[in-house]
Design a protein around this ligand. Structure first.
Ligand code: AMP
Ligand code: ZN
Length: 113
């Protein structure tokens, strides 16, 4: 998608602080962190949101969760972590490219919303 911020980050057209990349996904630190550790994991394929997942394209989500588990070990997130994805206006999704927030490094709010 030519007009997508995260597609441009994946392509290296917009700088990011990379955490990890492989053939299916890219991970980078959030520009406005909401926890001591806050990074995003996105599929390389442009999928607009979790609401656009189907049997045909959802395998990447399992891959991303396995990557997150590995990164959590490498980054020593021993206290745990939270994974969040916002889909649509009510969830306040601002970037229309599927992404998983990984939040960690402190005890997080008990509120989910
Ligand atoms: P969401 O509100 O779920 O769509 O989350 C979008 C996230 O992208 C927000 O947490 C932003 O801080 C983050 N973000 C926006 N632009 C950038 C950027 N250039 N580099 C890293 N993170 C960004
Ligand atoms: Zn995109």
């Amino acid at each position: 998608m030519s007009d997508c911020l995260f597609c441009k980050i994946i392509a290296g057209e917009i700088p990011s602080k990379k955490v990890y990349e492989d053939e299916l996904c890219y991970a980078f630190y959030d520009i406005a962190p909401q926890a001591p550790v806050h990074f995003l994991v996105v599929p390389r394929e442009h999928i607009a949101a979790a609401s656009e997942l189907s049997e045909e394209n959802a395998a990447v989500v399992a891959h991303i969760f396995s990557v997150i588990a590995r990164l959590a070990k490498e980054l020593n997130l021993t206290g745990g972590y939270r994974v969040v994805t916002n889909a649509g206006a009510d969830a306040r999704q601002t970037v229309k490219h599927l992404h998983f927030h990984v939040l960690a490094g402190a005890e997080l709010s008990e509120k989910m919303a």
